[in-house]
Design a protein around this ligand. Structure first.
Ligand SMILES: CC(C)(COP(=O)(O)OP(=O)(O)OC[C@H]1O[C@@H](n2cnc3c(N)ncnc32)[C@H](O)[C@@H]1OP(=O)(O)O)[C@@H](O)C(=O)NCCC(=O)NCCS
Length: 147
């Protein structure tokens, strides 16, 4: 996908990020949380833009040399084209450049597309949290060493 542009999120992306969240996530982030993702120096927000349209975003929060990936969302109309894979790899490169050595995330146990994405990037399971997202909605905990 030659025309996919991956760039840092800016304040003018807040509405588009919120629209992505609202269309795909059961408990979408509020605008303050999205704004912090862009302005807080310990957070990283990357955007994937296709032909001028924001197709996906990813956000992570770092503490010292560890980072937690909070969310990755591809707009429904743009799924299955490898956009999240490109964006996720760009995020891992960015975190590595920032000196991050270990990355964590949680994912709902039956979220097959997300789990496929994370496993392909080398993430491995290290735990399980029952009812983490609500009754019957367990979380798989995953991590990756960046070196
Ligand atoms: C997870 C998500 C970001 C993937 O976005 P995407 O741009 O479609 O991802 P890609 O096209 O790069 O494909 C990712 C992998 O998922 C696989 N996949 C896609 N749909 C699938 C499905 N229904 N079941 C199983 N695997 C699936 C793809 O085949 C690909 O794996 P492969 O290359 O090994 O075949 C997207 O589905 C999404 O936004 N979901 C809603 C938000 C969400 O759940 N985010 C994760 C929260 S932890």
């Amino acid at each position: 996908m030659a025309d996919l542009v991956i760039r840092q999120g800016t304040l003018s992306d807040i509405q588009a990020i919120m629209a992505l969240e609202q269309g795909s996530i059961e408990h979408p982030w509020e605008s303050k949380a999205v704004e912090a993702l862009i302005t807080d120096p310990n957070k990283t927000c990357l955007i994937a833009e296709l032909d001028g349209t924001i197709a996906a975003y990813v956000g992570a929060e770092s503490v010292l040399d560890e980072s937690n990936i909070g969310n990755i969302v591809t707009h429904k109309d743009y799924r299955g084209r490898g956009i999240a894979t490109r964006l996720f790899n760009a995020l891992l490169e960015e975190l590595k450049a920032q000196g991050i050595t270990k990355v964590f995330l949680e994912v709902e146990h039956d979220n097959a597309p997300a789990i496929a994405l994370y496993k392909r990037s080398g993430f491995a399971d290290y735990g399980y949290r029952r009812d983490y997202y609500g009754k019957g909605k367990d979380a798989v905990l995953m991590s990756l060493e960046l070196c």
